[in-house]
Design a protein around this ligand. Structure first.
Ligand code: AMP
Ligand code: MG
Length: 501
């Protein structure tokens, strides 16, 4: 008898890579392999996302430490670091690029979408400048927690497929455990990717990049009379909506440099990001944002500023006549404000339970925000308790307790009830609809910090796991987890968050 040994599957990890970015001209990237690490250990595999990507979950549970650390590059990967430039806090840097990230390749997910699989923290690349190409455990956990929470909130975002510790220290102000997060994105093209080529006067590459971005994210614009202008408008519209949605959940990105703004419209780069506790439009958490450039309420304006930088790179593609091209760009950028405002106001209407629109709605929303600011009310709790109040008037007591005094909010409540009475909607149904847009759970900063401290100091990942679990169902009341709804006690408050470098 012939006992042939069973042949191993061709690709044990079963990533069916199809690497379109690697087929672009060579100035778009540098091929580079991850640098192996000493003793990788899998902290977390996102099983749901792995399934979505058509990956074999059991294999990844077993082999994930090797794969997601970069120690073993899966078959079919074509690892590379992308080239990009960017305005950092308003200053143009002509070359940034993936200094601590390596794109393994792209897979087509179960719904037919092309997704990038990227390791963040896998060692040096030609773009590392003086950096070590590594990531510390804290920022890796923060990115995992917050990007997955954003996804659960329904906001376009990159995802986290896995987190590993490397078994090697990284040297920052302190010595910290090294880690790597595997990021999944619709793509990693940024405003700064266009700037990289435009700054070199390489319009052929700008055009090639635009063609690629259109094919990948905006194929519908190909039929337009001016496809590049339509592309630009489409990016603008997606970013306007994205930033409106950040504001609806109290999210502060913290480092909205042009290299951290995607072409796809996904949130990317969870460095010094944080969610508001107390409502304060000027709130800044980032330790490197000294002048409040990226404060909560500054984000819409900064979005427009970044999109103006994108327009500058594309303008020669809008029209052969320079004057006409600039005029088209200005008109397109001019639409941003109205698009943002429409998304923002519609979202705010939903947050206060309105299903129709009236002229006075903006004033009603602003009056609530003003009262919240004056009373230092918790942003998330205010809207959640308001949702309860819509269904059950006795719940108003808990809502009112968030404000400095009854006088601070009673007049607003009267106006709100009067406005609701002009709509024909069942109170219970209204409360349910409101709870579907007003989360009970966000990854509060103090919880993130506690999870990072336990993991970093004691290799205890239980708080990280719990936070990931709770924020995976942000809109559901989860009995037994009400503590995760609570704002920080004064001694728990986090004033500063740090960049993931
Ligand atoms: P970020 O703060 O993630 O937006 O990164 C800004 C730029 O700095 C990007 O070009 C990064 O690749 C680069 N960078 C950040 N941290 C490191 C590091 N530890 N090693 C090398 N490059 C880094
Ligand atoms: Mg970045």
């Amino acid at each position: 008898m012939n006992y042939a040994p069973p042949s191993p599957p061709a690709n044990l990890e079963a990533f069916s890579f199809d690497n379109s970015y690697a087929r672009l001209p060579q100035q778009f990237f540098a091929r580079v392999a991850p640098t192996p690490v000493a003793e990788p250990w899998l902290i977390k595999l996102n099983r749901q996302l792995a399934g979505e990507l058509g990956l074999d979950v059991e294999t990844l549970e077993r082999e994930g430490a090797q794969i997601f650390s970069g120690n073993r590059v899966p078959e079919g990967a074509d690892p590379l670091a992308m080239a990009y430039a960017g305005h950092q806090f308003g200053t143009f840097v002509p070359q940034l690029g993936d200094g601590r990230a390596i794109l393994l390749g792209e897979v087509i997910d179960r719904s037919g979408q092309r997704r990038d699989i990227q390791l963040k923290g896998p060692g040096q690349t030609p773009f590392s400048r003086r950096g070590d190409g590594r990531a510390a455990l804290g920022p890796v956990l923060r990115e995992y927690i917050v990007s997955e929470a954003m996804f659960a909130l329904g906001i376009p975002t990159t995802r986290a497929l896995a987190a590993v510790v490397t078994g090697q220290p990284v040297y920052r102000e302190q010595i910290l455990p090294g880690a790597i997060v595997t990021r999944v994105a619709a793509s990693h093209m940024r405003v700064g990717t266009f700037q990289f080529f435009a700054a070199r006067g390489d319009m052929a590459s700008v055009k090639a990049l635009a063609d690629y971005a259109i094919e990948r994210h905006y194929p519908e614009v190909k039929d337009e009379a001016r496809p590049y202008l339509a592309f630009y408008k489409a990016v603008t519209a997606r970013q306007a909506e994205l930033i409106a949605r950040w504001l609806h959940v109290g999210f502060i990105h913290g480092v909205m440099n042009t290299d951290n703004m995607t072409i796809s419209g996904e949130t990317i780069d969870f460095g010094p990001c944080a969610f508001l506790d107390v409502y304060d439009p000027k709130k800044v958490f980032s330790s490197i944002d000294q002048f409040g450039r990226y404060a909560y309420a500054s984000q819409p304006g900064i979005g427009q500023w970044n999109l103006a930088r994108l327009a500058e790179t594309l303008v020669p593609l809008f029209d052969e006549d320079e004057g006409t091209a600039v005029e088209l760009a200005n008109d397109a950028l001019g639409e941003y404000g109205a698009i943002f405002q429409r998304h923002w106001l519609n979202g705010m209407r939903a947050k206060i339970g309105l299903v129709t629109s009236e002229d006075g709605d903006l004033d009603l929303v602003q009056a609530l925000l003003t009262a919240m600011h004056q009373s230092e009310a918790d942003f998330t709790l205010t809207f959640r308790r308001l949702s309860d109040s819509a269904g059950e008037p006795t719940a108003e007591t808990a809502f009112k307790a968030l404000f400095a005094s009854p006088e601070a909010i009673d007049p607003w409540l009267r106006d709100w009830r009067a406005r609701l009475s002009r709509e024909d909607k069942d109170p219970a149904a209204r409360a349910t609809a409101m709870k579907a847009v007003n989360p009970a759970y966000i990854p509060r900063n103090h919880r993130i910090e506690q999870a990072i401290a336990a993991a970093t100091e004691d290799a205890d990942f239980s708080l990280f796991e719990a936070l990931v679990d709770v924020t995976a169902r942000p809109y559901d009341d989860q009995p037994g987890f009400s503590a995760y709804q609570a704002p920080p006690e004064p001694e728990e408050e986090v004033q500063r968050t740090f960049c993931g470098t």
